[in-house]
Ligand binder design. Structure first.
Ligand code: ME8
Length: 523
């Protein structure tokens, strides 16, 4: 093993079916995990559900279930979706599990004992869906600044966490750890919008509802859902439990992935809680943007919601994952539109990738009875140039992927696909065959197969089924040839036979029909 990589997603509010936007975080985390696996690292992916709070209590009331029945049903639904999306998580934590609730109580007690939490009174504007109190000045047009919904004036006896005590330490931490927040502009948002104006102490208990973890020594209070939820990342690993081997092995996380709406909680409160516990802080927190529709946020009332299951049932899993990762820029929201989805499918997947596989396999069958020629050791000018281009693209992919610029890094793979297609047009194997230039033809076929092997490896973290399909079509069976270890080598393939009759991986879609179809499932 080369090392270890521990990645987390947020734990999801199980307040309904997850749309493609919510699925994005988990697809990204899973792809990053698979990438590190490909490199031979010991990986661990944690996800789960965030099951307490007034929002959940209200939802259960609406459906006539007890909150526990409601979250049991929802957690099952979440696991079914992740199974369908082949999310390879190592643990799924639910915040109603005893392994979590017991430790949250221990953490709360510790904060009380060391004076980080004190008792006071809270009065403010409360947004029920966001489970957050706001001050008068934070409201936007009298409404919640995060979701824009109505807020309610509420007052309660409450416990507070002394955030202000840690503000300077946090700023210093940001300064000394330039990799902690990615992309960097999110750090400036935190500093300018929240820390510089003065970090207020955080109200960490509620008495207005019951569905939460009880404060051990004052059980009419329940722990604020964010203090409860954020600690999942360490309770899942067994922190403060009888068996903390996973915690010792994996903490601090290498990467925590979150959407932009929960940046403040993860970039300010979370590192402060960890500082108060004397624990190391995750190496990187990656904040991604949102998947939005042409008319803005996805919402049932607008009738513009897309659920991943429906897209997967019609187009397969890989095109959905490809689209999500390919369309999300680093510094703005990613747009989902039926037109863009069908276009990516037809151009990137069908024309570029699937055709390259198909053309190559049929040429190896036609010219060499399916047997891939051996590497001749002395590539000619054109082949050498292709080799160098491929190696350059692998490095470009790697650098951008490691900087979590997923869409840009995938573009580098598609540049390699385009270059390889162009190489066929320039080399004109049909002409070489006619002119009986057997050595050149053999080298050309070898290079095409080798590039396809490289492409399959590079896409495997996010399009695993397609990658396996390509390996099968080009006859690569050895596991060592499907991972990162030999990715850059050019002389590894020998004794390989391509499939006799390969089916196209992706078939062209009827643009008009499919756009109509996707529009129909959005309603
Ligand atoms: O926030 N595009 O859970 P959640 C991209 N329970 N990502 C989106 C999105 C969109 N349109 N909509 C939502 C929570 N997300 C808390 C987390 S962690 C201790 C507690 C993302 O179910 C969102 O940003 O509301 C978040 O990363 C994830 O989906 C789960 O959101």
């Amino acid at each position: 093993m080369n090392g270890k990589f521990f990645v987390t997603t947020p734990i999801y509010y199980p307040s309904g079916k997850f749309h493609i936007g919510t699925a994005y975080t988990t697809v990204l985390a899973d792809s990053i995990k698979r990438y590190h696996q490909l490199k031979g690292e010991d990986t661990y992916l944690l996800t789960g559900t965030d099951e307490h709070g007034q929002k959940i209590e209200n939802k259960a009331e609406e459906t006539g279930e007890t909150p526990q029945e409601y979250v049991d049903r929802m957690a099952k639904m979440a696991k079914e979706l992740w199974a369908k999306m082949e999310i390879n998580y190592d643990d799924f934590i639910r915040t109603t599990e005893e392994r979590h609730t017991k430790i949250v109580q221990k953490i709360f007690d510790r904060f009380m004992e060391q004076g980080d939490i004190y008792k006071g009174e809270y009065e403010g504007w409360y947004c029920i869906p966001c489970e957050t109190y706001f001050t008068e000045s934070q409201l936007v047009d009298g409404k919640c600044p995060d979701c824009g919904r109505e807020v309610k004036k509420m007052k309660e006896e409450a416990y507070f966490f002394k955030m202000s005590k840690y503000a300077d330490r946090l700023l210093k931490y940001y300064e000394e750890h330039p990799d902690f927040i990615k992309p960097e502009y999110r750090k400036n948002e935190m500093i300018n919008n929240f820390i510089k104006p003065g970090l207020e102490d955080l109200c960490v208990t509620r008495t207005s509802f019951d569905w939460g973890i009880k404060v051990p020594k004052d059980p009419k209070h329940v722990v604020y859902v964010w203090l409860d939820a954020l600690t999942n990342y360490i309770t899942a690993l067994g922190y403060l439990s009888d068996d903390d081997r996973l915690f010792k092995k994996y903490w601090p996380a290498d990467l925590q992935i979150i959407g932009k709406d929960i940046a403040r909680f993860h970039l300010i409160y979370w590192p402060i809680f960890l500082m108060a516990l004397d624990l190391p802080i995750p190496k990187t927190i990656l904040v991604h943007n949102w998947i939005v529709m042409k008319d803005g946020k996805m919402s049932k009332s607008k009738g513009n919601v897309i659920y991943p299951e429906e897209l997967i049932d019609r187009y397969g899993l890989d095109p959905v994952k490809y689209f999500l990762l390919r369309e999300m820029p680093v510094n703005q929201d990613g747009l989902f539109s039926p037109e863009a989805f069908v276009e990516r499918y037809n151009f990137d997947l069908c024309n570029d990738l699937s055709n390259l596989v198909n053309r190559t396999v049929s040429m190896v069958n036609k010219y060499f009875d399916g047997k891939v020629p051996e590497y001749n050791g002395t590539p000619n000018e054109a082949d050498k140039e292709l080799e160098q281009y491929a190696l350059k693209q692998i490095d470009a992919f790697d650098e951008k992927w490691n900087n979590y610029e997923t869409a840009n890094s995938i573009q580098e793979i598609w540049n390699l696909i385009a270059r390889t297609n162009k190489y066929i047009d320039e080399t004109m194997p049909w002409k070489l065959a006619k002119e009986e230039e057997t050595e050149k033809l053999a080298s050309c076929m070898y290079h095409l197969i080798e590039n396809l092997r490289k492409i399959a490896i590079l896409i495997s973290p996010f399009m695993n089924d397609t990658a396996q399909n390509i390996f099968e079509q080009i006859g690569i069976k050895e596991n060592d040839l499907k991972v990162w270890k030999n990715l850059k080598e050019y002389d590894r393939i020998c004794n390989v036979k391509v499939i006799e009759k390969g089916n196209p991986i992706f078939m062209r879609l009827d643009t008009k029909e499919e756009i109509e179809y996707i529009k129909s499932i959005m309603k």
